[in-house]
Each structure stands twice: as C-alpha cells, then as structure tokens.
Design a protein around this ligand. Structure first.
Ligand SMILES: C[S@@+](CC[C@H](N)C(=O)[O-])C[C@H]1O[C@@H](n2cnc3c(N)ncnc32)[C@H](O)[C@@H]1O
Length: 317
C-alpha cells in the first residue's frame, strides 16, 4: 500500500504514451525509448517493473513489450494519469500531504507556487486537459442530470462555474423551452460559447466570462452550482452561495448538484479535495448549513445521476 514505485511507474508510462506506442504488436525498450525521447536502459527497467505489476508482458524471444488488458485499460484513463495534464499534475501534490495535515492548508499551492485555478489560468494546456477531464467524468451523467430533473420549471438558468458548457448543453437539448448561460473563468466561458454555437443552440445559450466571487448576472430563475461547492472551504462556499442569492430573481432557486458524503462518496475524493483546494465533500445537512442565514431555504433533495444529488434552495426574504 505504501510504495510509490508502482503508482509513479504507471503515471510515467501513461505520460509517455507507452501503451499506444507499443501497440498490439509490442515494441522493444530501445524502440520505445527512441519514440519517447527517453533513456533506453532506464526505460527498460521501468518496463520490467510494469511487467511485474501486470501492465505489460515481455516476449523474451523478440524482446518486445506488449500491453496486457490491464495496460489497455490504463490507456483508457490516460488523461487522469498523465502528469503533464491537470488531473495527474494535481495528484502529484499529494507528496505535500503532511503539510496539509499539519496546517489544514491545501498542498497544491505549496508544491506549484499558486492555487489550482491560477495555475490553469496561466497554462492553457492545463485548462484544456482539465475541461476534457470534466467532460470525460460526465460522459453518461450529463444526460442523466438533464433527464432526471424537471429543468422545465426554470425558463432561465445560469450555470455558475459551468465549465465548457457540457451540462448546460445537455439540459437545453432535453428541455427546448429553457434558456441558459454559463458563467466561468475566461477560457472556459469562451469554450462554452463555441460549444453552444457548434450545437446550434446559439439562440438559447450563451456564456459570460467572470468570477462567482463577483456580482453575477441578475434575474435568472435558477442558479446552478454543479460540483462547485466541494472545491472550496466553508467560507468560500458560503460566499458563492451568497452571490447566487443576491443575483437570483425574488422567487428564484439555487440548485446545488454534488456527490454527497454518506451516499457513495469515498474518502479518496474527500482527501483529494482537501489536498488540492482546501475543499470537502459534504453531507446534505452540511450543504444546507452553508446556506443558513443567506435567505435560502432548503426545498428538498433527490438523486439526479449515478453518484450525484440535487439540493434545491429556494430564495426567501
Ligand atoms: C469542478 S469544475 C465543474 C465544472 C462544471 N460545473 C461541471 O460540473 O462540469 C469547477 C469549475 O469552477 C470554475 N471556477 C473556478 N473558480 C472560479 C471563479 N472564481 N469564478 C467562476 N468559475 C470558477 C472552474 O473554471 C471550473 O470550470
């Protein structure tokens, strides 16, 4: 459980694309080193370990390394493992976990010198791979979210921190009477606008670049926070809810969609949220508590996809 050799070997293999380079026919260490610009003797030793753990098999006669079915599966989640992509890079900050446990502060800024979102702003490739990872995780859930909740009750939705618009696109496709906008940081807002135009939804969908710590576009019927609050500590999560409350129509609603602690969320995700952002997975009661004193009254919660729950908070005086 405690060695780092295997997880790092797998991540380096994914980063170098060894499974893809080897292909079904396999390749020698020398060939793979030439293709990846690495040291053949060192790569050979990495491959030996990947054989030990069942990711590759080695044909002694040809000297070729071939991916096993485990190796092929690994390649399918390469986006999560690649240490140059946003998710894999964030995972490496776990080496600073002792600092997080000692101080309670996130490890990511300690390791990389700036917070996660600032890092994404500074590095377009990190932003691109993060948005791709967000879309990958919702490949089946986006349509579930769109179909398992009555979005038709809300003529105008603001998807706050809506990324590159995947969830909102699914909602608008499933509910032709609904209009919506994404608000997110500039590169994602731009990507959302492109997505809506490409989907032919330009007349019902738009995107606004901005921060959810600043005043939000006012008057929407629903302010959606999908996987937003868990990225933040209580103080910041409350500030986001307060901005939604301030901007909402008098009879508006704030909708929180998250994986809920106690309903299938595992401790790995919770620890990642702490380590990366200082955030946390919360129970429904903890989410509801965040909204206390903000003029938001819980109206109920229900499962909305395989793994996520929607919590409705009604605007009250
Ligand atoms: C975990 S992602 C969720 C994206 C989307 N809601 C979804 O469920 O696919 C969190 C989003 O919050 C956005 N975000 C982070 N800080 C923000 C800020 N200050 N203002 C607006 N959006 C922000 C990120 O850019 C990212 O798209």
């Amino acid at each position: 459980m405690a060695d780092l050799a295997t997880p790092m070997s797998i991540r380096v293999a994914a980063t170098l694309g060894l499974v893809e380079h080897a292909g079904n026919a396999g390749a020698t260490a020398e060939r793979l080193a030439a293709l990846t610009g690495t040291s053949a003797p060192a790569l050979g030793r990495l491959l030996d370990h990947l054989v030990t753990v069942g990711v590759f098999e080695h044909d002694a006669r040809s000297g070729r390394f071939r991916p096993t079915s485990l190796g092929t599966q690994m390649d399918e989640v390469r986006l999560l493992l690649d240490i140059n992509a946003a998710g894999g890079r964030a995972e490496l900050a776990f080496v600073e976990l002792l600092g997080t446990v000692t101080t309670g502060a996130p490890a990511y800024p300690r390791r990389y010198g700036r917070e996660f979102w600032a890092d994404l702003d500074a590095e377009p490739e990190l932003r691109r791979t993060f948005d791709a990872q967000m879309n990958w995780r919702f490949e089946t859930q986006a349509s579930q979210i769109a179909e398992r909740f009555d979005w038709g009750r809300f003529p105008e939705i603001l998807d706050v921190g809506g990324g590159n618009g995947m969830v909102l696109e699914a909602i608008l496709r499933a509910h032709p009477g609904v209009r919506g906008r994404v608000l997110d940081l500039p590169p994602s807002a731009e990507a959302a606008a492109d997505r809506f135009a490409a989907a032919g939804l330009g007349d019902r969908a738009g995107a606004v670049a901005g921060s959810f710590f600043e005043p939000l576009p006012a008057g929407a019927d629903a302010y959606l926070l999908c996987d937003i609050l868990h990225d933040w500590d209580d103080e910041h999560a409350r500030a986001i809810l307060a901005e939604c409350r301030r901007a909402a129509a008098p009879d508006g609603t704030v909708l929180v969609i998250e994986a809920v602690r106690g309903q299938g969320v595992d401790t790995t995700v919770d620890l990642f949220m702490l380590m990366c952002f200082g955030g946390r997975e919360r129970t429904i009661a903890e989410l509801t508590d965040l909204a206390a004193d903000l003029g938001l009254t819980p109206r109920g919660s229900a499962p909305v996809s395989d793994g996520r729950t929607v919590l409705e908070l009604a605007v009250t005086a």
